[in-house]
Design a protein around this ligand. Structure first.
Ligand SMILES: [Zn+2]
Length: 132
């Protein structure tokens, strides 16, 4: 139950009442609905702004995985999995805004790949040296 002001005498009456108990004037319920409608539009506008400025979860995950892979790429298999996830999330993060972290994650993933190849080539050369 809400209280509204009578349009005739200004006295506070229940919105459930059909007539004002003070002056007998019919209660106009349109008063309350008209007051609520303009409030909705700014809320929708702020939601759109929030969505545009919202975080890119996929891109952030890609960046974090790529960064971890950069430091842990020397660990066989585990480093490769990190790199794979980093590349995957960064790639899909590129399609979502804001993509700044996804772009950085994608660049780091490419650097990771160079490091991985160097490590793999180094390990392969090492084994080749041992078993030659
Ligand atoms: Zn009244």
């Amino acid at each position: 139950m809400a209280l509204i002001n009578c349009t005739e005498c200004g006295k506070q009456v229940s919105d459930k009442a059909r007539k004002c108990p003070n002056c007998g004037h019919p209660i106009n319920l349109r008063m309350t609905t008209e007051r609520q409608t303009p409030v909705r539009q700014p809320q929708q506008q702020t939601q759109i702004i929030v969505n545009q400025q919202g975080s890119n979860g996929t891109g952030t995950a890609g960046f974090v995985f790529a960064l971890l892979a950069l430091f842990l790429s020397w660990i066989p298999i585990f480093g490769w999995i990190l790199w794979f996830f980093g590349l995957l999330f960064s790639f899909f993060g590129l399609f979502t805004s804001p993509r700044s972290l996804a772009v950085v994650g994608f660049i780091i993933s490419i650097i990771d790949l160079i490091i991985l190849f160097t490590v793999v080539a180094g390990v392969a050369a090492l084994f080749a040296g041992i078993f030659a």
